[in-house]
Ligand binder design. Structure first.
Ligand code: EPZ
Length: 436
C-alpha cells in the first residue's frame, strides 16, 4: 500500500505549475457526449477521476484517447449505450453526469445512484427533479435511476440550493431540449462558466452562466470537431497557497486565474500572507500569483459557502494552516454536512481542534508534530499533506488513493518546490529507500 512520507519544516520556494481543473474537466467530458463527432480537450489534469470518466465514456460507446500531453480526444459519434456500469458511477459521483446526455441523445437512461461519501449524503434530488421538468419520466428502484424521454423540452428550473453538480448536469441536458430553459438559483462557480463557454463553442445557446440565472435555448444538435482548453484548477492552486503559507515559503503559482481564487486570497491576506499577482493586469486573465509568508499567520474565521463564498474544497487545507496560526478560529461548512473527518487526524499531529456539527473550532499551536495519519477523502488528504509540510519530524500519510483522485503530480510539484516528500510502498522495503 503506497503512502506519503513527509519530513516537515522546509519552506517551499520556486514556481509550481497549476494543472487543469478536475471538476471543470469532468463536466466538460460528460458534455462531450452531446457531440456526434470529435472533441479535443487540452490542459486536462493527470488524475484518477479523469481516467475514470474516460472509462465511463468508453463504456457508453464513445471513443476516448488520452494523447499523453495533457490532452484527450473524445469521439461520441458512436455513443449508443443507455446503461452505465454501476461500479464506475459508485466510484465517482460525476459519472452520474452521463444520465442527461443519454436522455438528450438516446431517449433512455439507466444509471446507478452515485451514493454519498465521507463528506455527506450528497443526494441527487435536484438533478432528478430537473430532468422531470425537462420532460423525462424518472424512477429510482434498487439504487438504479431509470429515465425515459420521447422528447425533452425547455423548462423553468429552480434549484433549492445552488448545486454545482445539478447546474452542470441540467445545463448540459437542456442544451438539446427544444425550447427555452432557465436555471434559477444556479451555481456560479467558474467551472460552470467554463462549461458554458465549451458548449457555446459547440453551437449551444447559453447565457448568464456565472450568475444565478442561466438561460438556455435548446438546439437540434451541436457541431463537431472542436478543441477546448480546461480552466486552471483553483482548488489545487489554493491548496498550494496554503502549503506555501504554512511553510513560511515564497512560491509562484503559475497558470492561475486570480479572480477565481479571490475568497481564498483575501483570507490568506487577512492571516498575514503576502499575495501578489504577477504579470497580469486583469484578474480574470491567466497569470501567476506569488504567495509569501515570512512570519506566523493569524487565525481568521472561515465560512465555506457556494461560490463566490469561500470554497468548501479548501476549508480543509486552510484549517491545517489555522491550526498553527496565532489565536482561535471557527471553520464552518455550509455546503456539506460532514466534512471535518480530517480534524481527528490533525489532532494526532498535535492540533487543538474540536468539531461540533458543521463547525470546527481551532486554537492555533506553535508547531505540529509528525505522526501516522489517514486521509479519509480527497481534500482531507490535502489538509494532511499541508500540515505535514510544516510539522516537526516525519509524517506518514495513508489513504493516498483519495489524494490521487484530485491532485496530479503532487509529490513532484512539492519536491520541485523544496519539500521533503516521497511516495513509497513499505510492503516492498526497497521501494522506500529507492525513493529517498
Ligand atoms: C461539486 O460536487 C464538486 N464535485 C465538489 O468537489 C464540490 O465540493 C461541490 O461541487 C461544491 O462546490 C464535482 O464537481 C465533481 P453540490 P457536487 O451539488 O456537485 C446538496 C472535490 O473535492 N445537493 O454543489 O456533488 C449536496 O448534498 C469535490 O473536488 C442536494 O441536496 O456538490 C450538498 O450539501 C467534493 N441535492 C450541496 O447540495 C442534489 O441533487 C452542494 O452540493 C445535489 C446537491
Amino acid at each position: 500500500m503506497e503512502q506519503f512520507f513527509v519530513r516537515g519544516g522546509r519552506p517551499l520556494h520556486g514556481t509550481i505549475r497549476v494543472s487543469g481543473s478536475k471538476n471543470g474537466c469532468l463536466g466538460i467530458m460528460a458534455a462531450a457526449l452531446l457531440v456526434k463527432g470529435k472533441t479535443t480537450l487540452h490542459n486536462v489534469p493527470d488524475i484518477r477521476d479523469i481516467y475514470t470518466m474516460g472509462e465511463m465514456l468508453r463504456q457508453v460507446g464513445a471513443e476516448v484517447e488520452f494523447l499523453g500531453n495533457g490532452s484527450v480526444c473524445i469521439d461520441a459519434t458512436s455513443f449508443d449505450r443507455t446503461q452505465a456500469p454501476e461500479s464506475l458511477v459508485r466510484a465517482m459521483r460525476a459519472s452520474f453526469y452521463v444520465f442527461g446526455p443519454m436522455l438528450a441523445r438516446l431517449g433512455r437512461a439507466e444509471v446507478s445512484q452515485p451514493g454519498g461519501c465521507e463528506i455527506g449524503a450528497r443526494p441527487i434530488d435536484f438533478h432528478l427533479k430537473g430532468m422531470q421538468a425537462l420532460g423525462a419520466k424518472v424512477e429510482v428502484n434498487g439504487g438504479i435511476v431509470r429515465g425515459e424521454a420521447a422528447r425533452l423540452h425547455g423548462a423553468q428550473l429552480y434549484l433549492d440550493f445552488p448545486s454545482a453538480g445539478a447546474t452542470t448536469h441540467l445545463m448540459i441536458t437542456s442544451c438539446l431540449a427544444p425550447g427555452k430553459s432557465t436555471i434559477e438559483n444556479a451555481a456560479t462557480e467558474p467551472e460552470i462558466s467554463d462549461l458554458a463557454a465549451f458548449l457555446n463553442h459547440l453551437g449551444a445557446r447559453i447565457d448568464g452562466a456565472g450568475s444565478d440565472t442561466i438561460n438556455i435555448d435548446g438546439v437540434e444538435e451541436l457541431k463537431t470537431e472542436m478543441e477546448f482548453s480546461i480552466l486552471p484548477d483553483r482548488i489545487e492552486a489554493g491548496t498550494f497557497a496554503c502549503a506555501a503559507a504554512i511553510t513560511r515559503g515564497d512560491v509562484v503559482l503559475d497558470r492561475v486565474v486570480p479572480s477565481h481564487l479571490l475568497p481564498v486570497l483575501v483570507k490568506l491576506q487577512d492571516m498575514g500572507v503576502e499575495v501578489l499577482p504577477l504579470d497580469t493586469s486583469e484578474p480574470e486573465q491567466l497569470g501567476r500569483l506569488r504567495v509569501r509568508a515570512t512570519a506566523r499567520t493569524q487565525c481568521v474565521d472561515i465560512l465555506a459557502m457556494p461560490h463566490p463564498g469561500f470554497p468548501t474544497d479548501l476549508q480543509q487545507p486552510i484549517a491545517s494552516l489555522l491550526s498553527v496560526s496565532q489565536g482561535t478560529a471557527t471553520v464552518t461548512d455550509q455546503v456539506f454536512e460532514n466534512r471535518f473527518k480530517y480534524a481527528s487526524e490533525l489532532a494526532r499531529m498535535g492540533a487543538n481542534i474540536r468539531v461540533e456539527g458543521r463547525s470546527a473550532f481551532v486554537t492555533g499551536v506553535e508547531r505540529l508534530c509528525g505522526a501516522s495519519v489517514l486521509a479519509t477523502d480527497l481534500r482531507a488528504g490535502a489538509a494532511l499533506v499541508v500540515a505535514a509540510l510544516a510539522a516537526n519530524g516525519e509524517t506518514v500519510i495513508s489513504g493516498i488513493d483519495h489524494i490521487d483522485r484530485g491532485y496530479s503530480g503532487l509529490v513532484e510539484k512539492l519536491r520541485g518546490a523544496g519539500a521533503d516528500i516521497v511516495r513509497a510502498d513499505l510492503t516492498e522495503p526497497r521501494s522506500f529507500f529507492r525513493a529517498v
